[in-house]
Design a protein around this ligand. Structure first.
Ligand SMILES: *[C@@H]1O[C@H](CO)[C@@H](O)[C@H](O)[C@H]1NC(C)=O
Ligand SMILES: *[C@@H]1O[C@H](CO)[C@@H](O)[C@H](O)[C@H]1NC(C)=O
Ligand SMILES: *[C@@H]1O[C@H](CO)[C@@H](O)[C@H](O)[C@H]1NC(C)=O
Length: 201
């Protein structure tokens, strides 16, 4: 397909408009959404995590912190990029929903929507060399709920992560606790993150 130079510039501009471009802005959006408090994490990002959701037609949706995404566009699985001087890896990516079944009464939170390790940095693209522990689950906020905050976090992988036995593919995704898990396997604080709001379809 031939793209005129103007179309290419417009496409690039649209792409750039979608994603997070400022660490400070991401930090602020997390604070404004009360995520550090509700996830019980220290969020002092040093890089940007780009999360892109493929679409059946058209370009992927790349998140910026706090974007509202139609539930129908969140089937995934997402691809991950890191922007920043974070080294080659390995990294752990986690995605959690602290608002299940509703933000007002999150009795089954957190829901683990993704947990994978052995991500390596290929010029920014994060590629995992082993299957994820929990593959991506599409958001399914129940009818009548307000939008949930689906939150993606990037950690530097610890040696303890590789030998952890707390979570496997058969472990319930409900009542997960990313703060507790990160402490238990010595992941430290997340180095990057972003989040999207998804309401019932
Ligand atoms: C969105 O919804 C329509 C109608 O239900 C469906 O045909 C389509 O496959 C959905 N798209 C995605 C990305 O799930
Ligand atoms: C999960 O359960 C299935 C069926 O019981 C089993 O075959 C599989 O080995 C289990 N996987 C893990 C990681 O424990
Ligand atoms: C998660 O674990 C932390 C301790 O690491 C605790 O303070 C917090 O209350 C827990 N959160 C939930 C939702 O249980």
């Amino acid at each position: 397909m031939y793209l005129s130079p103007l179309a290419t510039i417009l496409a690039l501009a649209l792409f750039a408009a979608g994603q997070d471009v400022s660490i400070a802005a991401v930090d602020k959006a997390f604070d404004a959404a009360d995520l550090p408090t509700d996830l019980d994490i220290v969020f002092k990002p040093t890089a940007l995590l780009e999360v892109s959701l493929p679409q059946t037609t058209g370009p992927p949706i790349t998140l910026h912190a706090g974007i509202q995404v139609p539930r129908n566009d969140t089937a995934g699985p997402p691809t991950f990029h890191v922007v920043g001087n974070v080294g080659g890896g390995p990294f752990v990516v986690a995605a959690v929903d602290p608002d299940a079944p509703t933000p007002q009464d999150p009795t089954s939170a957190q829901i683990r929507h993704f947990l994978g390790g052995n991500f390596f940095n290929h010029g920014g693209l994060l590629v995992n060399s082993t299957p994820a522990i929990s593959e991506f689950r599409q958001p399914t906020p129940p009818a009548g709920s307000d939008a949930h905050r689906y939150t993606f976090l990037l950690f530097k992988q610890s040696p303890e992560f590789a030998t952890q036995t707390l979570v496997n593919a058969n472990t319930s995704v409900s009542l997960f606790n990313i703060s507790q898990f990160a402490t238990a396997v010595d992941l430290g604080n997340p180095i990057a993150g972003t989040f999207m709001l998804v309401a019932p379809a």
